[in-house]
Design a protein around this ligand. Structure first.
Ligand SMILES: [Zn+2]
Length: 165
């Protein structure tokens, strides 16, 4: 049975449904259908403006943003959606007066909704270091469909891994 590393935290019946969709090659069509729109946030300057706008709207009082960049070395699971690596990073930067925000470059070519989801995730970490209830409340405050988006992002990453289109 194929292991679904991006979806390990989801119940078996959900994983089973995903395996079925993979076997039938249906994921590519799903994303083309649902998320056909690429976004225009192509470089680090545009990314900074995009993140800053979201922060202004929802988290004005959080620490100021430092650098905001696309990072091609960042692994999404380890650094963005993992559970524990984020903590030490946040503790390490508590002393700083501004925060650097790195977005894995896979999001440059991902559908607009997924870029928003990961930016919301990283912005929420400015206030909440752990993936706990307060953290996810902040995420759904910024993006009401956050949980669905995170699930579909994981589907998307699974799809990319298969190399199918
Ligand atoms: Zn996180």
């Amino acid at each position: 049975m194929q292991s679904l590393k991006y979806l390990a935290g989801y119940p078996p019946h959900v994983q089973e449904r995903v395996r079925q969709m993979l076997a039938e090659g249906r994921l590519g069509a799903l994303f083309a259908d649902k998320y056909g729109q690429p976004h225009a946030v192509r470089n680090d300057g545009q990314l900074y403006a995009y993140v800053q706008a979201l922060k202004e709207r929802h988290m004005r009082k959080a620490v100021p943003l430092g650098k905001v960049v696309y990072d091609s070395k960042l692994q999404v699971m380890k650094h963005a959606l993992g559970t524990h690596t984020a903590i030490s990073r946040v503790q390490g930067s508590r002393l700083k007066t501004s925060r650097e925000l790195r977005i894995a470059s896979v999001f440059r070519d991902a559908p607009a909704e997924f870029l928003k989801m990961i930016v919301v995730h990283e912005l929420a970490h400015l206030k909440e270091p752990e993936h706990d209830k307060a953290f996810y409340q902040l995420c759904t405050h910024m993006a009401p469909d956050y949980h669905q988006l995170e699930f579909e992002l994981r589907l998307y990453l699974t799809h990319l891994d298969t190399g199918q289109r």
